[in-house]
Ligand binder design. Structure first.
Ligand code: ARG
Ligand code: ZN
Length: 469
């Protein structure tokens, strides 16, 4: 949830074509191997992501010393499956010194290109083959400062570091396939100066102390997009437990930010997690929670199982409702390409409105819709179709508010029963996967048995303020 609207500036985008070969190459003919594509071909994040392989698992073994140089040192090991015969492949990685790369345990040639680590395995990898690539590196990751998207990525805090990577800041601190189209499970082994805690996604599997350091091991067992991977290092007050619905909870609050916030965040997280599970379908992951830190950024982020909040935002139940709704809409059901961002933010904004109405029945969803619909001159809302925002309006009002208005228009058309059946079918059918706007509109038509083409056309794809639907 963004606190301010990003300025609208038109940026000409160069689209890198996806030139991945798709011929069937039998294992013995690895001689036909070709380099994997150097981009996922997503115009919102040109250059990010790669072709030719599909990551199954990331294992991050990192020493993080936030105030020292290098701030990060260690090895990221990636287990992947080749989707074509590969002579060479790219990993996303910006900055940092790479000292060693192995493929299948054998030293591999490697070079750098802007935003990339180019790996040539000792011998080609057959299509369908599983391989591991281990990258040993160190350095000081730099925050991304983008004139359209603001500051994101590796963000230093007063006593540590916070990682808020949407959409493609993850590769400033670990190598990988930095695009939500390729989700994988994660393991984190993070060594920090003693006295600091490392919080990551999933569940804490162990803590050990040795000399002046402490090592925290975390595991995320469900597939996760790279932008949702999080390591937050600092001094924290921690509370853990279980929701009445049975979901394990872990919340961490930097006491310098919010002395009284721990119990409030815990209570809101418990309440929202169970309420959304009743409305949207079973909670998709093995734990829930949140982290509050003093990161100098202007957003909260739905990092998987454990959203990140900045000072002031975690105390707001509607913000917790927004970020936890993303666990279903965005984290479990993920975009296939970033231009479908309204599938994340339109849904989370709608959830925020619904939470507001629960807390204060006078503050209705209908009123949220009406007050925006009355803004006849709001250019961003009406000039930008939510299903085609480009990079300029990725976090803009159309994606968030008009996206939510599209859902309200749908709800009014099909009725509450069918509307919530659509949401539950969506989270069930694409659980832990990826989906597109076309898949959502098709599903809504199928579940409702109604012709909704005009409604979706005017609310999602057309410029201009819809007048009838
Ligand atoms: N997905 C976040 C939310 O709405 C917003 C992230 C904003 N990111 C950024 N780079 N400005 O919950
Ligand atoms: Zn959001």
């Amino acid at each position: 949830r963004a606190r301010r609207i990003v300025a609208s500036v038109l940026l000409p985008l160069s689209l890198t074509a996806c030139t991945e070969g798709n011929a069937r190459v039998p294992a013995q003919q690895v001689a036909h191997a070709a380099p994997g594509a150097a981009s996922a071909g997503d115009s919102v994040v040109p250059g990010s992501g790669n072709g030719g392989y599909d990551v199954q698992h990331y294992d991050l073994d990192l020493k993080i010393t936030p105030r020292a140089h290098p701030a990060v040192a260690g090895t990221t090991t990636i287990t992947a499956t080749a989707t074509q015969a590969l002579s060479r492949f790219d990993l996303d990685l910006t900055g940092l010194d790479v000292t060693k790369v192995t493929v299948g345990g054998v030293s591999a040639e490697h070079g750098r290109a802007p935003g990339k680590l180019v790996v040539t395995p000792p011998k080609p990898i057959a299509k369908g083959g599983s391989f591991t690539v281990a990258v040993t590196y160190s350095g000081n990751p730099q925050a991304v400062d983008d004139h359209l998207l603001g500051r994101y990525g590796w963000i230093r805090t007063g006593d540590g570091v916070f990682t808020g990577d949407e959409p493609d800041g993850a590769h400033s601190w670990f190598p990988g396939n930095d695009h939500p189209g390729d989700k994988a499970t994660f393991g984190f082994r993070v060594t920090v100066p003693r006295g600091l805690t490392a919080v990551a996604n999933g569940e804490l599997a162990g803590t050990t102390e040795s000399g002046d350091t402490a090592t925290y091991t975390w595991r995320e067992r469900d597939p996760m997009a790279t932008y949702l991977a999080m390591v937050d290092v600092g001094r924290f007050k921690i509370r853990s437990g279980r929701t009445p619905g049975g979901v394990p909870v872990y919340v961490a609050v930097d006491p310098s930010v919010d002395k009284a916030g721990l119990d409030a965040l815990y209570a809101n997280t418990v309440k929202v997690t169970d309420a959304w599970a009743k409305l949207f379908g079973p909670y998709p992951f093995t734990s829930t929670g949140g982290v509050v830190d003093d990161a100098p950024v202007q957003f909260a982020l739905e990092t998987q199982t454990r959203p990140e909040y900045i000072a002031g935002m975690a105390a707001l139940p509607t913000v917790v409702a927004h970020e936890l709704s993303h666990q279903w809409f965005g984290d479990s059901v993920s975009v296939t390409r970033w231009s479908d961002m309204w599938l994340n933010e339109g849904f989370a904004t709608y959830a925020e409105w619904m939470w507001g109405e629960r807390e204060n029945p006078a503050d209705t969803v209908q009123q949220q819709f009406d007050s925006r619909y009355a803004q006849t001159r709001s250019s961003d809302l009406w000039n930008i179709p939510p299903a085609a925002p480009g990079r300029t309006a990725l976090f803009g009002r159309s994606v968030y508010d008009r996206g939510a208005m599209a859902l309200h228009a749908l709800r009014k058309k099909v009725g509450d029963e069918r509307f919530f059946a659509i949401l539950r079918a969506w989270t069930a059918e694409h659980r832990h996967g990826n989906a597109t706007t076309a898949q959502f509109t098709a599903l809504a038509q199928r579940v409702s048995g109604m012709d909704l083409r005009h409604l979706f056309q005017v609310w999602l794809y057309d410029r201009g303020r819809p007048v009838n639907w």
